[in-house]
Design a protein around this ligand. Structure first.
Ligand SMILES: [Zn+2]
Length: 142
């Protein structure tokens, strides 16, 4: 039996990000003074240094920035999913977000590929961000 994957244990601003994601919707931290989005969450805006922010829903659209394919389990809880790709996507809000590629055909991955984020709560009870090509569902393993 495969062990459970290690669950995130967020605190501070990351906790706020995960609380929003637990509802199944991606939210990004946005400066209320100048409107700039930021991720990962920070206490101050890098542009105007304001400490005031809000959480804004994001449609999760962006382009693939980079990825890596994992063949050996770092966390044995994900061993049944091997090999899998972890992707970094630059969202339309100009922040980069890490997530899992939803498919197993890694030949489709290339820089600039239009991607769509999904936030789902795993069977283990924590939110998880996945990406698939915006042109349609990623090919999954049977
Ligand atoms: Zn700002």
């Amino acid at each position: 039996m495969t062990p459970h994957p290690r669950a995130p244990d967020p605190e501070g601003l990351n906790l706020e990000f995960y609380e929003h994601a637990s509802g199944g919707t991606l939210h990004l931290q946005q400066c209320t003074a100048c409107g700039r989005f930021r991720h990962p969450p920070r206490y101050r805006c890098a542009d105007c240094l304001s400490a005031v922010y809000r959480w804004t829903p994001s449609p999760g659209c962006g382009r693939l920035f980079t990825w890596t394919v994992t063949h050996r389990p770092y966390d044995r809880g994900w061993a049944d999913d091997l090999p899998y790709a972890t992707v970094v996507v630059e969202l339309d809000e100009r922040v980069r977000l890490l997530g899992a590629f939803a498919g197993h055909d890694f030949t489709v991955l290339h820089p600039g590929l239009e991607m769509q984020a999904h936030v789902d709560v795993t069977t283990h009870g924590f939110p998880f961000v996945t990406f698939e090509p915006a042109s349609g569902p990623a090919q999954t393993r049977d």
